[in-house]
Design a protein around this ligand. Structure first.
Ligand code: NAD
Length: 238
């Protein structure tokens, strides 16, 4: 089993949903976990439940908030070894009704938030000579889907950003990979009927189905893996 003892892992959007399962799994693997989210009550309650975990209030779209949050983590915990850029939102509409406000909102959280997170942790990771960044894309970063125009555009872009960073940061010992969840039961997917989906493993995913992959990418078992895209979808896109 992957041992993350002594490692510091920051998980954005970690207060609920799939992010919460990353937080719990990274903690179980021995990491000191930072739950970073706009949801203060849920985030604080989760961190209080896990020995050594801390909560930091972070809106991933806010450049200054990233600098403050990572500065505080470095001051209090001394390192950032792992960043999981998981915070995300989805909105859907036919293209004629896809407002600029919807478009800007999803770009800001899913894409700009991921960019700002990567940029904020790189100096400390470079100084340490190691680091693992896990960017959460989606199966919608691999294919088209009706009505999800902004979401799909951001998830393709996160996949591309992951690869350019993997190339640039490999020489510094920093690995950057993306995970691509399929249909996972969370607050984000309450409006989708799983019966409509053709999933070879014959069930929708649950947040815990992603956790092992993220722990693997966080730790040394994946030491030679960078720029990879790992699809965790029960075979839905095969
Ligand atoms: P969720 O809505 O249950 O949780 C999202 C989390 O992100 C929440 O804790 C929320 O507070 C946080 N968040 C939103 N905006 C934020 C911001 N500006 N700053 C900080 N935190 C913010 O969603 P989920 O289903 O757990 O999705 C998590 C990630 O997985 C997202 O990136 C999503 O796109 C991706 N994903 C989900 C599915 C799925 O089927 N649920 C499939 C593919 C990819």
């Amino acid at each position: 089993m992957t041992d993350l003892s002594g490692r510091v892992a920051v998980v954005t959007g970690g207060a609920r949903g799939i992010g919460e399962s990353y937080v719990r799994a990274l903690h179980a693997a021995g990491a000191r976990v930072v739950v970073a989210d706009v949801l203060a009550d849920e985030g604080k309650a989760l961190a209080a439940d896990l020995d050594g975990a801390v909560f930091t209030e972070l809106d991933v779209t806010d450049e200054g908030a990233w600098e403050r949050a990572i500065g505080e983590v470095l001051d209090s915990l001394g390192a950032v070894d792992v960043l999981v850029n998981n915070a995300g939102i989805a909105n859907a509409a036919p293209i004629e009704h896809f407002t600029l406000a919807k478009w800007n909102a999803v770009i800001a959280v899913n894409l700009t938030g991921t960019f700002l997170g990567c940029r904020a942790v790189v100096p400390a990771m470079k100084a340490a000579g190691r680091g693992s960044i896990v960017n959460v894309s989606s199966v919608e970063g691999l294919r088209g889907s009706e009505r999800l125009h902004g979401y799909t555009a951001t998830k393709f872009a996160v996949r591309g950003l992951t690869k350019s960073l993997a190339v640039e940061l490999g020489p510094d010992g920093i690995r950057v990979n993306s995970v691509h969840p399929g249909f996972i039961l969370t607050d984000m997917t309450t409006r989708v009927d799983p019966e409509r989906l053709l999933i070879p493993l014959r069930r929708p995913g649950v947040p815990a189905d992603l956790a092992g992959t993220v722990v693997f990418l966080a730790g040394d078992d994946s030491a030679y893996l960078t720029g990879a895209e790992i699809v965790v979808d029960g075979g839905m896109t095969v």
